[in-house]
Design a protein around this ligand. Structure first.
Ligand SMILES: [Fe+2]
Length: 191
């Protein structure tokens, strides 16, 4: 069936994509065990269940030839000394790429292969990051305001969280003396 062309409006300040079909909210309880300081995680969850990030999507066919469009907004904050971040994922179809465009706030893109090669890219408003096929990706808000970015990826890329939920990323971003520092993730295991 031939799809009709359409347009959307993206608010660069807030990341709101209008009209969007779906907004997903990730709270701390949705990311259990993904921050390395499990004690801080538990202490926070006993009192509240903060929103870590949300993303708005336009629902498009999950098919080769289409593209998916989404905006993500990561709130500022830390669990222990580790900055708020997205869950991160590989693509279910691993030979697919993705483009991120920074809109508001600042942060870092952490990218890794399943074998443990690791790279990081600083993202500011206007930064375009290209994530080639086979690289898992996670965004981290290292600033004091919401970190907003736009993403485009192939329609049939899908998400694969499995390995990341178990072992996390090779490195984690923590605050040391007021500055973001990448340190080795003590839970990362190269299998
Ligand atoms: Fe992706």
């Amino acid at each position: 069936m031939l799809m009709k062309p359409f347009s959307l409006n993206l608010n660069f300040k807030t990341g709101d994509l209008l009209p969007h079909d779906r907004t997903n909210i990730r709270r701390l309880s949705d990311m259990k065990g993904m921050f390395y300081d499990s004690k801080s995680e538990q202490q926070i969850l006993e009192k509240e269940n903060p929103i870590i990030y949300s993303f708005s999507e336009k629902i498009l066919p999950e098919e080769n030839g289409h593209l998916q469009l989404a905006t993500t907004r990561i709130l500022p904050g830390k669990i222990g000394n580790e900055y708020y971040m997205t869950k991160g994922h590989y693509h279910k179809r691993p030979d697919t790429s993705e483009v991120y465009l920074g809109l508001e706030g600042e942060g870092w893109l952490l990218i890794q292969t399943e074998k443990g090669e690791f790279e990081s890219i600083q993202i500011r408003p206007g930064t375009i990051a290209y994530i080639p096929p086979y690289w898992g990706h996670r965004m981290v808000n290292t600033g004091s305001v919401p970190f907003v970015f736009f993403a485009v990826y192939p329609g049939d890329a899908g998400h694969n969280y499995g390995d990341i939920e178990r072992t996390g990323f090779v490195k984690i971003l923590v605050e040391r003396e007021g500055k973001p520092v990448l340190i080795d993730n003590p839970r990362w295991k190269k299998e």
